[in-house]
Design a protein around this ligand. Structure first.
Ligand code: SF4
Length: 250
């Protein structure tokens, strides 16, 4: 089976489910990983839909799957040469918050999922301290392929990849974006001079969406006292969303 035929079959199956009244789809990271293994046999690289949960917006699901399929075969920048898996991002199809990091690391490249390594575990703690689960937000990156040797993505790589993220944001319509780390902010705003410690905690606008720049979880692993700053930023996000602010950080 070809990738395009698989995408057609997926869309037809989703439309059938919609006609049957299905309004919710769940796909755990494990099931997505199993799907990825099955798709390995296709004639082109695998297309992996982001795991989704919550009320049904099958057009968003299909749109995300289409973008993931394009990413899976993308060769628009040199990062395609060393990747194991593409990492389109995953999460809720109608998230209040979309977290955006710079790019996949080794664990993410191996699993095809965003923020699943040590920094990802810390991000999960932050998300849960805010009163959300990972399934209730969307987590992605500026670039969808791992830069070799864990280097930061280069400006031309981020520029090449950004249209995918912009299409994802247009589909997901998050109320708030949280940009994780200097590189993510540089990529989003095409500003190589960003100093994250100077701009963190202050609202910016990306594609018309309120965007909070904050420190990257990997930085927090090296600098635990900086968790306080991130928590202040996340409290600002919660207040902006009209959400209760937990009195204590996890
Ligand atoms: S990083 Fe983005 S632009 Fe570069 S090859 Fe991967 S998907 Fe394509």
């Amino acid at each position: 089976m070809t990738l395009s035929r698989a995408a057609t079959k997926l869309r037809s199956h989703l439309e059938h489910l919609k006609e049957e009244g299905v309004r919710e789809i769940e796909a755990s990271p494990e099931r997505v990983a199993a799907l990825r293994r099955r798709l390995k046999g296709l004639k082109t690289a695998p297309a992996v839909a982001a795991p989704v949960r919550r009320e049904a917006d099958l057009d968003v699901v299909a749109g995300l799957a289409k973008i993931a399929a394009e990413i899976a075969v993308c060769k628009k920048c040199r990062l395609c040469e060393s990747r194991t898996n593409t990492v389109p991002g995953q999460g809720n199809t109608r998230p209040e918050i979309m977290f955006i990091g710079e790019g996949p690391g080794a664990d993410e490249d191996a699993q095809g999922l965003a923020f699943v390594g040590r920094a990802g575990q810390l991000l999960t703690q932050i998300i849960e301290a805010m009163g959300f689960t990972r399934d209730e937000v969307f987590i992605g990156n500026v670039v969808k392929c791992r830069p070799p040797d864990n280097r930061a993505p280069m400006p031309d790589e981020m520029a090449a990849c950004l249209p995918y993220l912009e299409r994802q944001i247009a589909l997901l319509k998050p109320k708030v974006i949280v940009a994780l780390g200097a590189t993510a902010v540089k990529g989003l705003f095409n500003d190589p001079k960003v100093q994250i410690t100077k701009i963190r905690g202050r609202w910016m606008k990306y594609s018309g969406i309120d965007t909070m720049p904050t420190l990257h979880p990997a930085y927090l692993l090296r600098n635990p006292p900086a968790k306080r700053d991130v928590w202040e930023d996340m409290k600002t996000v919660l207040a902006h969303l009209g959400r209760p602010i937990p009195s204590k950080r996890n």
